[in-house]
Design a protein around this ligand. Structure first.
Ligand SMILES: C[S@@+](CC[C@H](N)C(=O)[O-])C[C@H]1O[C@@H](n2cnc3c(N)ncnc32)[C@H](O)[C@@H]1O
Length: 444
């Protein structure tokens, strides 16, 4: 389907026989036929590459409610419908699905729920903390028992005074109570958080973390800050975007608020029950079967060398879009809770498209190594900088540089989400108004 014009034929010039292509052409949503266009892209060697693009509302939040296990927040995560769309069309049960920028693990969780084996990589160890427990979810009774082991009174003396000077830095104390955090938490809430944190860090160090402990850590990370009594903190930004203590002090002053007392244990149990809502016996059986084969890499997506060559059927991923989101700053409080030194996390932020393209080519080279012949990549990029930068124009040449065949561009048109409106997030300017997914293939 892809046509390459120019003097020299590229090695992958065979047309892709189009199961995916045909199904996209025939796709209709609410009676709207798929719009098919031809995208002309300049390759690095001067040739012009013609790639078909398919435009429709291929998936929406309401089209099929997602599994409850997905309901954890993460900056710039995609909806589970996106990986599902490709997993169901391009893989079979038992195949390996990989995400080299796994974030909260949307691709991995969806793949595992569909009976696929899940591989994931992220430069931030926090990703594994968020994803792994949801691939092997405990029962609520296990969570209750593990929480009963925590001595919530056991950490530090009660903090009674508020800091006179709020510093613009992440707290580092492990054993005492980090007073900087009193802008977010009531002193007794902070004491409970620190007790839980210490309990989990000590168990991790001694190699005794159970799956219920990992689950509790994942849930606690997701409840640290937010905008309702369902979170540990006083009203603040959404949970995936912790502000600095200094900014929180300003929010508190503006709203005239004081952090209220929260019941950490109760909040964790409540959120656990919500996340486990759809974990039927059938879903658990599917997850348990796939569990021994999941793999995680904490490191750069350009070198996931512990993953075997030719092992992966499908990659569904979404990289950092230039420097649009600073995953490090957003996650400082979550990292603190997990004992992760945020300053050591080397998240890729590329200001220039050329630098970003080089980075993507390096990642795609390693992705090609792990892909089995005939395996596909669905590489999602957003419309960044108000749509002025079309990152697919960089991804397609980067894919060719990595010896992958460009197959098609799929554009899923999407309405704003309620959350985005509620927080005044201007998707048109900062994030994505649509999903733009470049599909590439390793030559069979
Ligand atoms: C757009 S987010 C992925 C979100 C994911 N699709 C989800 O649904 O949660 C990009 C991720 O890339 C990670 N990242 C940044 N630089 C990286 C690198 N060099 N190697 C691997 N991961 C990286 C960030 O930590 C972040 O989690």
């Amino acid at each position: 389907m892809t046509t390459v014009t120019g003097a020299q034929a590229l090695p992958f010039e065979d047309p892709v026989e189009g199961a995916l292509d045909d199904s996209l052409r025939r796709f209709e949503w609410r009676g709207a036929p798929t719009q098919v266009e031809s995208l002309q892209i300049a390759a690095d060697d001067g040739r012009t590459i013609e790639v078909p693009s398919f435009i429709n509302e291929f998936w929406t939040a309401r089209q099929r409610a997602a599994h409850s296990l997905h309901e954890v927040s993460y900056r710039a995560c995609f909806k589970p419908q996106l990986p599902r769309f490709f997993i169901e069309r391009l893989t079979q049960p038992g195949d390996v699905v990989y995400d080299p920028f796994m974030g909260r693990g949307t691709t991995l969780v969806e793949a595992a729920l569909m009976g696929r084996r899940a591989y994931g990589c992220d430069i931030n160890p926090l990703s594994r903390v968020l994803c792994e427990p949801r691939l092997t979810p405990p029962t609520i009774a296990e969570v209750e028992r593990a929480l009963a082991e925590v001595n919530f009174e056991g950490c530090g003396a009660p903090a009674t005074r508020r800091p006179s000077v709020v510093e613009e830095r992440a707290p580092s104390a492990v054993d005492g109570l980090p007073e900087e955090l009193l802008v977010f938490y009531h002193p007794d809430t902070l004491r409970q958080i620190c007790a839980l944190r210490q309990h989990l860090i000590l168990k991790e160090r001694s190699g005794t973390l159970s799956r219920a402990d990992r689950w509790i850590r994942m849930v606690a990370v997701n409840r640290l800050t937010g905008h309702s009594p369902g979170f540990f903190s006083v009203y603040t930004l959404p949970p995936n975007q912790a502000v600095s203590p200094k900014s929180q002090a300003k929010i508190n002053a503006r709203l005239g608020q004081v952090p209220p007392m929260r019941d950490i244990r109760g909040i964790i149990l409540h959120k656990s029950a919500a996340l486990l809502r759809d974990c039927t016996t059938q879903a658990r059986t599917v997850l348990e079967k796939a569990a021994p084969d999941h793999r995680f890499v904490v490191g750069s997506a350009s070198d996931a060398s512990t993953l075997a060559a030719d092992s992966v059927a499908l990659v569904v991923t979404s990289p950092p879009f230039l420097d649009v989101v600073d995953y490090k700053t957003d996650n400082w409080l979550r990292c603190w809770f997990c004992g992760i030194d945020v300053s050591s996390v080397r998240v890729t932020l590329s200001k220039q498209v050329d630098m970003w393209k080089q980075f993507v080519a390096d990642v795609l080279r390693d992705v090609r190594r792990v892909l089995r012949p005939g395996g596909h990549v669905a590489f999602e990029v957003g419309e960044v900088r108000g749509g002025a930068v079309r990152l697919e124009n960089a991804v397609i040449p980067a894919g060719i540089a990595a010896a992958l065949e460009p197959v098609l561009l799929l554009i899923n048109t999407q309405r704003f989400t309620k959350t985005a409106n509620c927080w005044g997030v201007t998707n048109n300017r900062k994030g994505t108004n649509s999903n733009r997914v470049v599909v590439l293939r390793k030559h069979p």
